[in-house]
Design a protein around this ligand. Sequence first.
Ligand code: RFL
Length: 393
Amino acid sequence: EHFPVVIVGAGPAGLTIGAILRAAGVDCLVLETETREFIEQRPRAGVLEEWAVRGLRQRGLADNLTERAQLHTECEFRFGGERFRFSYAELTGQHHFVYPQQFLVTDLVREYADVRGGEIRFGVRDVRLLDLDTSVPSVSYISARTGQREVVRCDFVAGCDGARGVTRTVLPPTAEISRHDYGVGWLALLAEAPPSNDCVVFGIHPNGFAGHMARSPEVTRYYLECPPGDDPENWSHERVWSELQQRLGAADRPSLTEGRLIEKRVLDMHNYIVEPMVFGRLFLAGDAAHLTAPIAAKGMNLALHDAYLLGDALVAYLTKGEESGLDAYSQTCLRRVWDYQEFSEWLSGVYHGTSSGDPYRAGTTFARLRRLFTSPAAAAAFAEQYLGTAPAY
Ligand code: RFL
């Protein structure tokens, strides 16, 4: 069996690449360890930048999103019992789209498989990559259907299997992996409760950071800074809501609307970046190549950025023999990755400075926050990075 491209992983990156290839008449196969039902319900990210949505629209992948996504124009910082509104749309004319990741994945699966006729093999196990440094690589896996190991030959492998995948593990020792550990954990929560504010809220509090992000009229995502490696069981319903009320409280606002917690997991906040994102005929995309802790809500956007570039570059090569897109792929992706990494680093300083127990870090945190609300230049710079700039190409 032979496919021009085998895509490992049916997340936003892999499915977008598949949809781009199918639209250009390039055949491909997607391999996914989970079931379709599982990936269509896995809640994660929710924030999409304008250029990322434009990219989906240009590729015919944003019909449902355009109808259902919420537009966000402001965010709010709360500290010292007060709240400070940051109206980024007013400053830049741009906004954020809020569209839960599982909705996007559902749309992409439908478009790739049901509309464009692409094949996905779900429930595969033990994916292995072979002969990547030749022009005839192959991928093997244990099939859910037959229980047997099956081998697919291909011209290219797209490694889109996320942070816990296997494609990154076959890189040679020459690949450089940079890591950064923020030294904090975030308790990621989903509450069956309507949002308690009309925009995203960042609580900067001596007890730790807290975040409030609408996901839908019925569900709200919350984050609570906690020690890395903390056990979610240490966080009872009562403790969670009491900390959220404290850390997100503002004197002139009613308390948060509480609800049942339907997700409660600790994320150890860390990042990694693989350079280059290419090894022979293997091209990594999305979290497989670079993990960005959800501090600045950038991960899904970066996954889409990679997917647009790799999808277009593979089409150009496989249909016209043009190599320039594939040659530039890693470098172009990494420029944006590092830019977003740097912003996450800056924002982490703001979120975690006052709870660090270090009065020096608390002092610089407040200086950053004051600057944001008193200096138009600082506000413009923040808005630009918070919203992400459109790619130049
Ligand atoms: P994904 O979405 O992880 O998809 C990878 C897919 O590969 C499958 N897989 C394999 N398939 C075959 N063989 C293997 N060996 C495999 N191993 C794994 C997996 O089952 C999965 O289906 O990666 P992709 O496509 O690169 O997309 C990246 C995004 O999912 C990720 O960056 C975001 O979710 C990060 N993120 C956020 N990003 C944002 O832009 N905005 C946010 O607000 C935001 N919030 C978040 C987040 C991530 C979170 N978690 C739990 C990691 C909030 C959370 C809580």
